[in-house]
Write a new protein. Structure first.
Length: 148
């Protein structure tokens, strides 16, 4: 069972997908957990989620997925679990956050954002969920040790 968690194809392309997605998601998690990058921090984030009808426990899981899941992706540790959490978070964001069509609000003249970013993040996370973290990941190192 433990092998399935850490199993990975050691393809270098997966490494780029993993690290890229982790770097993009981490600042969002840092906003929610720590209040960095203009974010509200943990308490205010939980309150915001509650105000839009999301239970505190789910908000807590979103914060964990975006911060610790992104760190997991960057280092390639528990990549499949991290990717699963991020995929669920992006699906939730696409459903619960006010959307205004497909395109992002580049020029600030739309009523809300589009969902193109969510689609990219979901697809990247699904690739990692299926194939694993790739080369230069903690998962690959752990699998190598488990095979010995």
């Amino acid at each position: 069972m433990i092998e399935k968690i850490f199993q990975t194809d050691t393809n270098l392309i997966l490494t780029f997908v993993r690290v890229g997605l982790g770097i993009v998601i981490l600042p969002h998690g840092a906003q929610k957990l720590l209040g960095w990058f203009g974010g509200s921090g943990f308490g205010a984030t939980i309150s915001f989620f509650n105000s839009i009808g999301v239970p505190s426990f789910v908000a807590f899981l979103v914060i964990l997925a975006e911060f610790f899941g992104a760190l997991g992706l960057i280092f390639g540790f528990c990549t499949k679990l991290s990717a699963f959490g991020i995929a669920l978070t992006m699906i939730g964001a696409a459903v619960f956050v006010r959307q205004n069509g497909f395109f992002m609000n580049w020029f600030g003249n739309q009523a809300g954002e589009g969902f193109e970013y969510h689609i990219l993040a979901i697809v990247m996370a699904l690739v990692l969920l299926i194939a694993g973290g790739g080369a230069y990941s903690v998962d690959a190192y752990i699998m190598e040790k488990l095979k010995q």
